[in-house]
Design a protein. Structure first.
Length: 271
């Protein structure tokens, strides 16, 4: 046990001696690394990120108990699955998301990030990184507009069947009114009149219910304004300086080892 401790003390002594003898090399390389990291940190272009939150469009659906429930026009899971494909981003976004106005689907997918917060289940977050705040905000705004347009199309498709049903009910109601106007004579005609009147009342209630369902539909809404946060220049510079320091220390270690090996071989030749 004491032999092992003695060996460790010798190793530490050798290491300390190695560092002391080559302190100048380590210091010079570390200094060059710090200077290089500082220069690179000052010349590096800042990256700005803009973000916004969007609530997906909602449509009404008949519930299991006959009530009306409001659900997303497209489930968030399906939306996220669709947006994972680079083709989900229209190349028309290139003029808003690229400095040169030209970008591929893959480049757009790398610069645009869409995530889903844990709650609520109908909200998505959109962010984009760029070299300037104006470009990042313009890109996020263009993505928001594209998603809102897609969501509006989904709502319109859902409303088309409701509007067709309303139009058919209104036509049937108009036909019933004509029948009721002509059913004012015999007892048999009065029976037709009463039956038609009851059917017309049901149609009026149905039309009101269908119109109320249309009013529950909501477009995709921007929950927060598009905002570009200021770039963290200080942290990026500090990171580059630390990388330069570590890199300089590693280079210094290689040079010190090479110097030690060279001196050792030189002494052997001289002997």
């Amino acid at each position: 046990m004491s032999d092992k401790r003695f060996d460790e003390e010798i190793n530490l002594f050798v290491l300390a001696s190695f560092l002391r003898k080559n302190a100048l090399i380590f210091g010079a390389c570390a200094g060059v690394g710090i200077i290089g990291g500082t220069i690179l940190g000052s010349e590096a272009a800042s990256v700005v990120e803009a973000s916004a939150q969007l609530a997906l469009a909602k449509i009404s659906r008949p519930g299991p108990d006959g009530s009306v429930v409001v659900v997303p026009a497209e489930s968030r899971d399906r939306f996220m699955f669709r947006m994972r494909s680079p083709g989900a981003f229209d190349l028309g976004l290139a003029s808003s998301c690229s400095e040169k106005g030209i970008a591929t689907h893959e480049q757009l997918a790398r610069s645009i990030k869409i995530t889903a917060p844990s709650a609520p289940d109908d909200v998505i977050s959109i962010s984009s990184t760029a070299s300037s705040a104006g470009l990042a905000e313009r890109c996020v705004t263009a993505v928001v507009q594209q998603i809102q347009e897609q969501q509006s199309n989904l709502v319109a498709q859902s409303q088309a069947s409701l509007k067709a049903e309303i139009a058919a009910s209104e036509k049937q109601l108009a036909d019933n009114l004509k029948v009721m106007e002509s059913s004012q004579g015999s007892d048999w005609q009065k029976v037709i009149y009463l039956a038609t009147r009851d059917d017309s009342n049901s149609l009026r209630t149905k039309i009101i219910d269908l119109n109320s369902r249309l009013q529950l539909d909501e477009p995709a809404k921007l929950l927060s304004p598009v905002y570009a946060s200021p770039p963290s220049v200080a942290s990026n510079r500090l990171k580059r300086i630390l990388i330069g320091l570590v890199g300089g220390f590693i280079v210094g270690a290689f040079l010190a080892i090479a110097k030690t090996i060279y001196n050792s071989r030189r002494r052997i030749k001289q002997a």
